[in-house]
Ligand binder design. Structure first.
Ligand code: ADP
Length: 253
């Protein structure tokens, strides 16, 4: 049987004992782009952080490549799981290239030294994120959209088979939003990675997702293909979209 790259069963999470996620069952497979959608506050960031081991779970189980997440060392986990979160602070004086290369240090340990494979992975990630012209500039001199691309490149350079991305298309102008989505598709389809990304634009989710998971108030409200999940009922009850907007969305494409 095809073991999911990442699997959660009965997963719960809480902030200071206030439950935020409850009974989450999901599986993220290699070769697929799975998109997490849901209104603000539905628990998307909390779910991604919990799956990445950055927040403790209050119940349930997470498995990475069939093995419990908490049985991996930090280094073992970094070789298999990369993530991009919104609030990662802007580091001070690193150049774009140095910062992206740090995605590799997590794999090697700080004293592992950079080898040819590391250099190639960094170069590919820079090209894929369209950052060729920016490599020598300090990261903190970049605009929000450029910084977002730096974060994506860093996660790509890590070459982990499983990628978690929180709103990777946020702060990007239209062209780059599509370019980043196409990059995520190619990471899944051409490189066989398992990609789980939260998005707030339903149109992007419909266009690019293999599977969609709809979160509502900390629970899964729907899951399946874009056609199965982006239904009038979900748009109405989960996203509370007015009828005219639902009709526009459902008839446009
Ligand atoms: P989303 O990413 O879908 O907007 P979040 O995972 O950020 O949702 O938030 C889910 C719920 O958890 C919200 O009710 C939010 O207010 C609450 N929450 C998020 N972060 C914290 C925190 N650090 N402490 C307490 N509550 C939090």
């Amino acid at each position: 049987m095809n073991v999911p790259a990442l699997e959660a069963t009965g997963l719960g999470a809480a902030y200071r004992k206030k439950p935020v996620l409850d009974g989450i069952d999901l599986a993220v497979h290699r070769g697929e782009l799975t998109v997490l959608i849901g209104p603000n506050g539905s628990g998307k960031t909390t779910l991604l952080k919990t799956l990445g081991g950055l927040l403790p779970q209050s119940s349930g189980e997470i498995r990475l490549d069939g093995r419990k997440l908490n049985e991996y060392s930090r280094r073992e986990r970094a070789a298999r799981l990369a993530y991009l979160f919104q609030e990662s602070g802007v580091p001070w004086s690193f150049t774009v290239e140095e910062y992206i290369a740090q995605g590799r240090f997590f794999r090697q340990g700080w004293f592992g030294g950079e080898n040819a494979a590391d250099k190639q992975a960094v170069r590919h990630a820079i090209e894929a994120a369209g950052l060729d012209g920016f490599v020598r500039r300090p990261v903190n001199e970049h605009s929000g959209g450029e910084y977002q691309r730096v974060l994506i490149a860093r996660a790509v350079a890590q070459e982990a088979p499983c990628l978690l991305l929180d709103e990777p298309a946020a702060n990007l102008d239209l062209g780059y939003r599509y370019r980043i989505m196409e990059l995520l598709v190619s990471l899944a389809k051409e490189q066989g990675r398992a990609v789980l990304a939260s998005l707030h634009e339903l149109g992007l989710a419909r266009l690019y997702a293999d599977k969609i998971i709809v979160l509502c108030k900390g629970r899964i409200a729907a899951r399946g293909s874009p056609e199965q999940t982006l239904t009038d009922g979900v748009l109405k009850t989960v996203f509370e979209l007015p009828e005219a907007v639902r009709v526009e969305f459902l008839t446009r494409g």
